[in-house]
Write a protein that binds this ligand. Sequence first.
Ligand code: GAL
Length: 655
Amino acid sequence: MSRLDEVTRGRILFGGDYNPEQWPEETWHEDVRLMRDAGVNSVTLGVFSWAKLEPRPGAREFGWLDRLMDLMHASGIGVVLATPTSSPPPWMGRLHPETLPRDEDGRTEWWGGRQHFSHSSAVYRRYAAAITEDLAARYGGHPALTMWHINNEYCTFDWGDEAAGTFRRWLQDKYGTLDALNAAWGTAFWSQGYGDWDEILPPRHAHYMKNPTQVLDFRRYTSDMLLECYVAERDIVRRHTPHLPVTTNFMPMWVGQDAWKWVTEEDVVSVDLYPDPRDPFGAQNGALVQDMTRSQAGGGPWMLMEQAAGPVNWRGVNHPKPRGLNRLWSLQAVARGADAVCYFQWRQSRQGAEKFHSGMVSHAGEAGRTFQEIKGLGAELAAIGPEVTGSPLAADVVVLHEWNAWWAGAQESRPSREVDYPQVVRAWHRALWEAHVTTDFAHPEHDLSAYRLVVVPQLYLLTDAAIDNLLSYVRGGGTLVCGFLTGIADEDDRVRPGGMDARLRELFGIRTLHEWWPLEAGESAECDGFVGTLWSEELEVEGADQVIPYKGGELDGLPAVLRKGRAWYVSTLPEPPALRDLMADVAAGAGVRPVLDGLPAQVEAVRRGDLLFLLNHGRETVTVEVPGTHRDLLTGEQVAAVVELERYGAAVLAR
Ligand code: GAL
């Protein structure tokens, strides 16, 4: 699926968003000198250039971009050219206020920031298509152009009037009749029955809880509307340049886009990733997003479109990256399948909302530590590129994640607001990461037969097809581990009979799910041998082995963890060490080996193709035993049996 190899051709892409319109042209030449010095081979131009390219409706100012494209080409730097459509010029909002989105309270999102466009606005779409058409016509044949980048982090919602119209059309396509919609939304409840399509609105501010299926459909619709915007621009650039791949950059595991659906429309999957340098699990968060992005790319190489060379500007407190961390996290991305390591942005701004966000060239300039480390990294990526690019990762374990399940489970009225879907997914991924087991991600309807172990952290909503898929996976000899709040609702968010799907209950040996016993923040459920958090359940078993019971309290003696054959059910969230040990045991039982035995806790090991990446996320020097003799591609040295990794150190070992 991934067409990134057509651009990389044996090199890791290294560079980032370049916003030269913020700088006088003399600076461009200085930029190019520094880019060459740092081994930059790719820049993304034009992401926020709409007002500069089209200063008045219909006007075109391409001269500056012509000069830049030529300059990049002359310097041997490829250009990923963006359509500028994520930030319309002020004139558009002024002349066409209907292009501005409304929030659920009816407030307008005015220009003056960015991403103030309504996905449903016909006028916005017309202007977006026109500038895209002209960019593609003008630069499609330019030798610097390597790839298209459509818009930027599609993430806008709209509850306005034009969106109400497109929402109704989307619903008509989906349901055909109002009867079908009323049945799916359960509008018999609270007198919500619709008698005319025009009565239907986006789920705007309401007195009390909104209809959950209406909200769910609104999320599906929003993702589809944004995808329509993407596809419209993609089709334009494709018509001009069928030979060039097209991407749009995702935010990591972002709630608003059903990325499994989106990636079927992309040639290259790319993501923006900003773990907090202070987060003790920043590396694991990074690994999760990297595993997910690789899986969305069908296992093929993916593009790290943006990361920060130093601090960001949007957290409460924005921490810099200590020496070595930028290199380490960049190598981690490469280990987990990235063939492109890029940044937001090349040169740190002196004005505007992101002037305190780092760049590859910080305010300290060429002499600054940030740039010096970037330069070192550029040289290392150039050295390992030929041996790394294009090589695949093999995983025996897959974690299932799905947006509809996330959306439906996050509704206003739910058993516990303490249950946060991303946190639950993170906890399970972390357990596998800490057990040094490599994991993919998949949609629950994907073919799972290649995996020895399937892990479902939580899929509140499951289609019948997904349930059948899980059942046939286990019938075929696979091992399944499933967390709580799974298989509760059907596609319309209708609770399945018995409170949890009967086929799944049979699979796990659950006769009756009597009650959920959600836990308060900080509360725990004693189990035999570990402590459960977040959730507990009153289950009656039939045909399952009770592996671990609850101890004490209301659920004393009832099963916390149960197993029937190769199907496991975990009715609480074990504390991290317990979940790690449980997963390590279940994985071993399923024939899954850790990447290396005896790894120190803070060392991550990843095999990519024939290479073994070792990454020390700790601040202490450690030694790792690696059987045999290897060549470290980063140092060129031979290493035998033991590898020493200093703080934030890394090795890329080849046989
Ligand atoms: C991304 C965005 C960039 C920049 C960056 C800052 O979300 O695509 O344009 O704003 O965040 O971290």
